[in-house]
Unconditional design. Structure first.
Lengths: 378, 378
């Protein structure tokens, strides 16, 4: 009887362990699903795998379809950065074996297994003893491999460990796929905006690359002003789209060689408002529109279309005003060469408080100086 | 002793039940995370909730932020469609109470609880006996309520039921949020494409609405040809973007009132290739480009830019050719009134095999006839 009771007690303890680990797994699956950002998903997956299986390190390799190679995209543990440089061919090393066969592999002592590749240990200086690797699959398609390395208590992975990592990998693969879909759609949108900006610029060879440079300069100011990620995104889109209204300005005026008449100039001055109208129907761009509509306002109130002044001009438009003018000054035109950086900088400073928001000019020059320090050869 | 053993056996049985239900929950969480399509997420959530808690029906209400109301977005069980028409104010009914208090509520006998609103039963004819409702939250923000109704075995919900539904709801809320983010980004992209199409059209008042009508007509053909969802999406984008290359054609030619010279016509004929070039950098639009580049090819090989013929013209472009011409024929121009549908239809038929792919013409006319039957007042 006592013996039976002991067996039952052991069974209870086992079940409780299993239950506990499932509770943790459920919580982990929730975490993995909180975000659509690929890097965050990968980091979470690794951290969770490490904790659940109780290992020293973990890593994720993703399949590069074109090259047919696995590349390390993320790794926990001490040697995180080095490992990211390593590629494995399909079939190479443990991860390569798992990718080729599409099934898990656990090895208690890698020194005794000839499938183990020393490539990553050589690069990182890390010493791998034991390894458990599981494929990341979407239905039957392999998208990568997740590995946990060096089990802390004892060297053997249990069947429970394998099962756990497989469950985590199923959800992990889905989370990776969704993050990629989202990223892809986001890239598509930005590419489309850029393509349109390019097409509008292409009408006038002297403005080529203007939007792209303005995007770059505007992000420098946004960075320096510590704007949020969302605000930075708006700044970026606003720079790319600031001249979209030029679609609505007659070409004979837009591309006129000689001096514009007063009437023609009034036509040109409509482009910020036309741009705002083009974007008006797009509810997700509500916060981008002010940058388009007011990028020709001046800090002293002498700009257009509304003659707003100072802080009454939305910040995003005050940023556009500086970078639009700066790029115009430093670009070549058919009738003059572009100003040097030194002279253009002086112009910005001279016009602080008149044409430009002093804060935006300062931020631009400060950030420029910093970047110049980092990369003197620019 | 026997007594102790019995207790232990019972405990084991209980733990096994718990473990089993967690295994099912883990599988359920995987399912909920397979997709970024909102409707599929909602359907899955309900089906799973129903199965896990073993109830007769389930439903999801989402919060309409602007109106401050909960609306039924999905419901299993017999009376699915009727229930979708019902709104509840915050605080109204069980779901309203849960939304207001942000915590679960279970009621074994709704006839004895005055918080229960008879609104939905009255509309649907369903008889609610017991109910368990749990908030859907993202961090602390309420986005909706999930309800399971009429527990099959016995009328009481257990604390285990509540816990399960809460766990499911945490993941469910995240899945709903991600599906919405994706939908939002997708809408943003389509809106941007449409805004650009509109802006290009706005140059010529006689083409206003052309892209939108062409999109509609092209989808009719795609529908009739049983194209996949992905192909339909490409058809849609191709219709909206088919004339994007007109950005690159000089306005004095594009908008010329009189007859075009041969040289000018050659300039106009560049717009499909310019359009393809504008889109060339966008890798996600690879399958849209043929519709843009070849929408002026003719089935008999007499079109441009390449003089392709028959099935050598990509299907997407053969669709564009029909709908572009059809909308041009039926639209008013400064110098003529648009053709009636009857005469335009005859033109399409007459030009089958010459200008147009016969299959596309037939599909268009067939689908038109069907839709006319469904909505005689169009």
């Amino acid at each position: 009887m006592m013996n039976d009771e002991k067996i039952l007690q052991e069974k209870i303890s086992l079940l409780e362990d299993k239950l506990n680990i499932r509770e943790r797994l459920i919580h982990a699956l929730e975490l993995v699903n909180t975000t659509l950002d690929l890097n965050t998903v990968l980091e979470m997956l690794m951290t969770i795998a490490n904790q659940l299986i109780d290992t020293e390190a973990s890593s994720i390799l993703l399949m590069d379809e074109e090259k047919g190679q696995l590349y390390f995209t993320a790794a926990t543990g001490t040697k995180k950065d080095e490992i990211k440089k390593i590629y494995l061919a399909k079939g190479e090393g443990i991860a390569g074996w798992v990718a080729e066969h599409g099934q898990p592999l656990h090895i208690a002592d890698v020194s005794k297994d000839k499938r183990f590749s020393k490539k990553s240990d050589r690069t990182t200086g890390f010493i791998t003893r034991s390894i458990l690797a599981v494929p990341l699959k979407i239905e039957d398609k392999l998208i990568g491999v997740v590995e946990v390395v060096n089990k802390k208590k004892g060297e053997k992975f249990t069947s429970e460990d394998i099962e756990l990592l497989q469950t985590l990998s199923t959800t992990g693969a889905l989370a990776i796929q969704k993050a990629r879909l989202y990223q892809d759609l986001s890239d598509l949108f930005i590419s489309a905006v850029r393509a349109i900006a390019d097409a509008i610029e292409a009408k006038d060879p002297y403005t080529r690359g203007h939007c792209e440079r303005m995007r770059h300069f505007s992000l420098m100011i946004a960075e320096e002003l510590n704007l949020s990620e969302k605000e930075k995104r708006n700044v970026e889109l606003s720079a790319l789209l600031h001249d979209v209204g030029k679609i609505g300005v007659p070409e004979r005026i837009l591309l006129k060689d000689g001096k514009l008449t007063q009437e023609e100039f009034e036509e040109i001055k409509k482009h910020p408002v036309i741009g705002a109208e083009i974007l008006a129907e797009i509810k997700q761009l509500k916060e981008v529109i002010p940058g388009v509509k007011y990028h020709h306002e001046r800090y002293d109130g002498k700009g257009y279309p509304e003659g707003l002044n100072g802080e009454n001009i939305p910040l995003i438009a005050r940023i556009m005003a500086v970078t639009d003018a700066y790029d115009a000054m430093t670009s070549d035109r058919p009738y003059r060469k572009g100003l040097s950086k030194e002279i253009a900088d002086k112009e910005l400073v001279r016009l602080k408080g008149q044409q430009f928001d002093p804060k935006c000019v300062d931020a631009f020059l400060q950030n420029y100086a910093k970047n110049a320090k980092y990369s003197p050869k620019r």
